[in-house]
Write a protein that binds this ligand. Structure first.
Ligand code: ATP
Length: 295
């Protein structure tokens, strides 16, 4: 089983020719709401990629919260540890331009009320092969979950987003960190994937830096380096490409795939997701991932 302790947001997505600058108003092509949040996205990506998944987090007592719970359930995610708290559900305001690029504002809502895993959450973490963490919950809550995983001997895969410097107490509990290039630079203070990888491996055992259409760079402390190219596809919306990558990578690792095989599985999943619009709506099934890999 894979546990995901993280955020659930309703994504409010506007499709525009070009993102507006300060003071500018642009007319969009269209608008839609899509269940998202890095935690919920990774949970759905992992469930669609074939794992048993438990989602641990919080939604508000509004319509967005009810919709998120239903979406996670329909994707096969166990939501018994998803709490409902008074107030609004978290939202992400996303602007997607005609090149498929995106910019995002997150308002945490219920996610900001999460303090740490308790009771059933701890049992779910202890029963997992992998715990997935991101940084859209309060840092104290993320660190408490990472500690709980460490106590139970459960490896943690961390997506360090939104980008920020990270305390050593957190990185000491992480088995694998998966930043994109921007996040890797924010954590290490150095630019360039190779240099950032060197700096990351001074603090964690294993890292994957995702490089968008250029693929993903893997590194481990024993000195292994591997660049896995991304499939050549027509990208229409890269929202949640990183979450799809991490969800699928976690599934492959929990099933005992080797490093390269797991990275190819994750790249295939993410490559499929960028060809479709939205976050959870764009994530491929196990059958779709395997069909791509056997092409
Ligand atoms: P996002 O924030 O949009 O979810 P991210 O910035 O976290 O994404 P990226 O590095 O952009 O992460 O992408 C993650 C992975 O998704 C890449 O390593 C790659 O495997 C796949 N990917 C992203 N963009 C493309 C693309 N244009 N074509 C093929 N694969 C892609």
């Amino acid at each position: 089983m894979i546990s995901v302790f993280g955020s659930a947001n309703m994504d409010l997505v506007a499709y525009v020719p070009e993102a507006p600058r300060r003071g500018e108003t642009v007319t969009g092509h269209r608008f839609r709401t899509v269940p998202g949040g890095k935690g919920a996205n990774q949970a759905i990506a992992a469930a669609r990629a074939g794992a048993d998944v438990a989602f641990l987090g919080a939604v508000g007592d509004d319509g967005f919260g009810a919709e998120l719970r239903a979406t996670l359930s329909e994707a096969g995610v166990d939501v018994r540890c998803l709490r409902q708290v008074p107030g609004p559900t978290g939202i992400a305001h996303i602007v997607v331009d005609d090149t498929g690029g995106n910019s995002i504002i997150v308002v945490p809502g219920a996610n900001g009320t999460v303090t740490g895993p308790s009771g059933d959450d701890l049992a779910a973490i202890a029963a997992s092969q992998v715990l997935l963490l991101q940084l859209e919950l309060p840092m104290a809550a993320v660190m408490a979950a990472a500690q709980a995983a460490r106590v139970s001997g459960v490896p943690v895969i961390l997506t360090p987003a939104p980008a920020q410097p990270l305390p050593d107490e957190l990185l000491d509990t992480v088995a694998l960190i998966v930043p994109n290039e921007h996040e890797a630079a924010a954590i290490t203070g150095v630019t360039g994937a190779e240099a950032a990888m060197d700096a990351l491996l001074e603090r964690v055992e294993e890292a994957v830096i995702t490089l968008g259409s250029a693929g993903a760079l893997y590194g481990s402390r024993p000195g292994e380096r591997l660049l896995v190219p991304a499939p050549k596809v027509n990208a229409v919306d890269t929202t949640a490409a990183g979450d799809t990558f991490v969800g699928a990578l976690a599934v492959a690792r929990s099933e005992g795939y080797g490093v390269e095989e797991a990275l190819r599985f994750a790249s295939a999943a993410a490559g499929l997701s960028v060809q479709r619009e939205g976050a959870s709506t764009s994530m491929p099934t196990r059958l779709e991932i395997e069909a791509t890999l056997s092409d």
